[in-house]
Ligand binder design. Structure first.
Ligand code: LMR
Length: 321
């Protein structure tokens, strides 16, 4: 049986880190595509020249030719511009929809059997457009955001409580924008509710609520926090790692339950939109949406986030996509 083939469309910062992670973890052979001549070739050459040192052995190819996507099992799309300080992800809609259109047409032509993971922003709209243009079944087109947002939430909780992040479970649902919904009620440290630990730390329920609200807010704004620090470009290490977790679950049929941008067909009372929800990821892509009851407050926040996604899609449609 041959090795799996993972193609990465977009040779920028995330594409580079993705290539290196795939190689180091030996998840499969890598094709890194970009329209800029020399960029994907240079990055893959650089990475593969570390193979002796790191002890990995996969084929890597940098290319400017979409034809090299042929036979891909997984395609990860990062193509598009990152936002600048002061911009929202949604401000990238027009420019990145144009890029996504070309990318998706080529994925459809050259990798018709692939499972596609989209990372480009504004995420929920780009996943929607990618599925629309490829015409792939919804289970084969998903978006990366929830894994990243949840990891950020878990990191902030761990710092606040002074515990290992390895023991923190936290989940963020909804669209990948400022309205995303960190689910406080289920955030826990090895099963112990994070809120209870905060209440014990501060010996004051109100103060605990305030602190959690700040962690929630930081999570919602975390992408922008990195953008403001970097000044040029947006986060790339953590988005790449998050997409790798999704790709690995698909490649190894792990059936992990990961928050991802998936198409809802009535689940969570949403019909016909891509939104971040817990999904079982296996060899068939998004195999199952895991539903659970939201309380009143969560439901309001989730509805608000879904409405933001709906508005974004309406804007995209008005632009003719
Ligand atoms: C992120 O969350 O880091 C990405 O969506 C990039 C961005 O612009 O925030």
């Amino acid at each position: 049986m041959g090795r799996k083939k993972i193609s990465l469309v977009g040779g920028g910062q995330i594409g580079g880190v993705l290539s290196q992670l795939i190689a180091q973890k030996q998840l499969g052979d890598v094709v890194l595509f970009d329209i800029v001549e020399g960029l994907p070739q240079g990055k893959t050459l650089d990475i593969v020249e570390a193979s002796r040192v790191d002890g990995f052995d996969v084929n890597m190819k940098g290319t400017n030719d979409y034809k090299d996507l042929e036979g891909s099992d997984i395609v990860i799309i990062t193509a598009g511009l990152p936002r600048k300080p002061g911009m929202s992800r949604d401000d990238l809609l027009t420019v990145n929809a144009n890029i996504m259109k070309t990318v998706a047409e080529n994925v459809k032509q050259y990798a018709p059997n692939s499972i596609v993971i989209v990372i480009s922003n504004p995420l929920d709209a780009m996943v929607t457009l990618c599925q629309k243009i490829t015409g792939f079944p919804h289970n084969r087109v998903i978006g990366q955001a929830g894994v990243l947002d949840s990891s950020r939430f878990a990191t902030f909780i761990a710092w606040e409580l002074g515990v290992s992040v390895k023991d923190v479970n936290a989940m963020v649902l909804g669209g990948h924008g400022d309205t995303m919904v960190p689910i406080v009620r289920y955030a826990n440290v090895n099963g112990i509710p994070a809120m209870e630990l905060l209440e014990r730390k501060y010996n004051n329920a109100e103060k605990a609520k305030e602190v959690m609200a700040a962690l929630v807010n930081r999570t919602k704004m975390a992408g922008g926090e990195v953008v403001n620090l970097l000044k040029t470009g947006s986060a790339f290490y953590s988005p790449a790692s998050s997409a790798i977790a999704m790709a690995k679950s698909i490649l190894y049929d792990e059936k992990r339950v990961l928050p991802a941008c998936a198409y809802l067909n009535g689940e969570f009372n949403v019909n016909g939109y891509y939104v971040g929800v817990p999904v079982v990821l296996g060899s068939n892509g998004a195999e199952k949406i895991i539903e659970f009851k939201l309380d009143n407050e969560e439901q309001i926040a989730f509805n608000n986030s879904v409405n933001a996604v709906k508005n974004l899609i309406a804007d995209m449609e008005r632009l003719g996509f």
